[in-house]
Design a protein around this ligand. Structure first.
Ligand code: TRP
Length: 333
């Protein structure tokens, strides 16, 4: 194990990587590289818990890779790879399935939301999604996982699974991984409804800023973002969710507190503020967008990075998996 802590995190390659993924997750990872050994995964096995088009899945896998790198994650330092390329994830998930009570999984709010009313129709993979996530983290004995609010319950479960395994086999083998929560992480809301999270599955493309949007698209979406009828600006998330969202996005880009931004622009109307925000967002996102395009134009280069990342990931996970199998009693003939 390295002296520094080890970070593991992942993003699903399900298309439409957007500003919420960037400001809420990827951007915050960039600063971790100096202090931790970092592993950033593209979790393609999680993606297929919802049916995916194969060609789109491949392309989205490259796109997330490009976004990581364009955002400033350095592949010569961090490990960047796609989950399915390292077999330890699937193998460890199976072993964890056999120490995880169904009751724990039944309590997962994300499963309940995604499964909807027809629980019997939900795929088994969706049900055991959190077990695979525990395997992702524990295959590397990661000490810290940067997570957003919505993944806290899954990380808690990963700790429970580590404990269940350790108890079952009478060992102190898997660590209880700590969440890493960013005070500054921004929960980006829909541009069409300030009470809903910005989402890749929203049918309205105007509701989100995709990382692949060009400057014109970004400006237009911000200028057309929903606002309210009040004069001036104030940061009141409960009462004025749309204003608060635009202020929070500005604040994330300018590294300020949203309330300070509100105070500075309190005299401006929405139109003038949106124009300021559009300029700032374009300035910050344009270089990322350009770098993503440059990388996406060379898929062989992206694949080489992923291949090398998978090799480095496997070198860490394989011995941990081998030891796990020994503990379980799997014969190594
Ligand atoms: N479930 C996470 C999400 O949807 C993605 C993920 C998979 C992940 N495995 C992980 C995040 C391990 C952190 C650590 O956002």
């Amino acid at each position: 194990m390295t002296e520094k802590g080890r970070i593991f995190s992942g993003v699903q390659p399900t298309g439409n990587l957007h500003l919420g993924n960037y400001l809420g997750a990827i951007r915050n990872w960039v600063g971790l590289q100096a202090d931790y050994a970092c592993i950033f995964c593209i979790v393609d096995m999680h993606a297929i818990t919802i049916p995916q088009d194969p060609a789109a899945l491949r392309s989205a896998t490259r796109e997330v890779t490009a976004a990581y790198i364009a955002a400033g994650i350095d592949p010569s330092n961090c490990i960047i790879f796609n989950q399915s390329a390292v077999s330890a994830h699937a193998e460890l998930a199976w072993i964890f399935n056999c120490v995880t009570p169904m009751g724990w999984l039944n309590r997962m709010t994300q499963f309940k939301e995604k499964a909807g009313k027809q629980r019997d129709q939900a795929l088994a993979g969706l049900f055991i999604y959190p077990v695979l996530m525990a395997a992702d983290i524990l295959a590397y004995k990661a000490t810290h996982v940067p997570v957003g609010e919505d993944q806290k319950q899954h990380l808690e479960l990963a700790r429970d699974i580590a404990g269940a395994f350790n108890r079952q086999y009478g060992v102190e083998f898997f660590p209880l991984t700590e969440p890493l929560i960013f005070g500054a992480a921004t929960r980006v809301m829909s541009l069409r409804d300030g009470t809903k999270k910005m989402s890749k599955s929203d049918t309205s493309d105007a509701s989100r800023i995709n990382l692949t949007d060009d400057a014109d698209a970004i400006s237009q979406k911000i200028r057309r973002a929903k606002s309210d009828a009040e004069m001036g600006l104030s940061y009141e998330p409960e009462r004025r969710p749309e204003a608060a969202n635009l202020l929070a996005i500005y604040a994330a880009f300018s590294d300020e507190a949203p309330a300070d931004v509100a105070e500075r622009f309190s005299g401006l109307g929405f139109a003038a503020f949106k124009s300021e925000l559009a300029d700032l967002a374009v300035a910050r996102l344009a270089p990322i967008n350009a770098e993503m395009r440059r990388l996406m134009a060379a898929p062989d280069h992206i694949d080489a990075i992923l291949r090398q990342g998978a090799e480095r990931a496997d070198a860490i996970a394989a011995p941990i998996l081998a030891e796990t199998k020994d503990l379980v009693g799997f014969l190594r003939p």
